[in-house]
Each structure stands twice: as structure tokens, then as C-alpha cells.
Ligand binder design. Sequence first.
Ligand SMILES: Nc1ncnc2c1ncn2[C@@H]1O[C@H](COP(=O)(O)OP(=O)(O)OP(=O)(O)O)[C@@H](O)[C@H]1O
Ligand SMILES: [Mg+2]
Length: 97
Amino acid sequence: MCCCPRSRIRHGLITGATGTGKTITLQTLAENFSARGVPVFMADVKGDLTGITQTGKIGDKLAAVLKERGLDAPAPTSCPATLWDVFGKSGHRSARR
Ligand SMILES: Nc1ncnc2c1ncn2[C@@H]1O[C@H](COP(=O)(O)OP(=O)(O)OP(=O)(O)O)[C@@H](O)[C@H]1O
Ligand SMILES: [Mg+2]
């Protein structure tokens, strides 16, 4: 799948065995849409995507790999996100009370 405006699609399905990168793929899609100003709604029952609100860090291991391969380190960013909490305790409240 690609996030460039010309080729973005309206429907998609990400499948795979545990640990094969489904969540990371979804997060990457969302980050790219967000960077282009496209609002994204994600139902995240497991809470795996909440880190999208935080600016990441380049760890020592990744920094070493990038250096070894002569690659520039990417600039970590965060996405503007509102967490929705149906109970209204840790996020945006539901419209229905
Ligand atoms: N594109 C990628 N490049 C390098 N590593 C990756 C990539 N995608 C995922 N990983 C690695 O694989 C791990 C598992 O990925 P992820 O959590 O997205 O899997 P998942 O399919 O959502 O798993 P689960 O079924 O348990 O929810 C990540 O923590 C990361 O270390
Ligand atoms: Mg997952």
C-alpha cells in the first residue's frame, strides 16, 4: 500500500501472523496521512497505537546500524492525536452520555 495522494485507496486489509508488522504498517499509513493533513480515525482496542502521540527516539542500536550503513537518521516526530475514551477518564469523552 502507498500513502501518496494519487494512489491511496479507500479500502484496505492488513493481515498476518502475530508479530509480522500489522500494527507498524497501520501506524506508518496513519503517520503519512496525518503528515499530509488527512484526518485518520483508528479503532485501537489493544492500545498499540497510542505511541503515535509521542516523539520517538533513535536508540543506540538503530543509530549504530544507520551509521554503519551510511544512512542519515530520520527526525523523530509525533502526530496530533486525540484518544477517545468511552468512559471519559483517559481521553476525549463519547458524544453520548
Ligand atoms: N517494517 C518493519 N521494519 C522493521 N521491523 C519491523 C517492521 N514492522 C514491524 N517490525 C518489528 O516487528 C515487531 C512487531 O510488529 P507489530 O507489532 O507491528 O506486529 P503485529 O503484526 O501487529 O503483531 P500482533 O499480531 O502481535 O499485534 C515490531 O515491534 C518491530 O520491532
Ligand atoms: Mg499488532
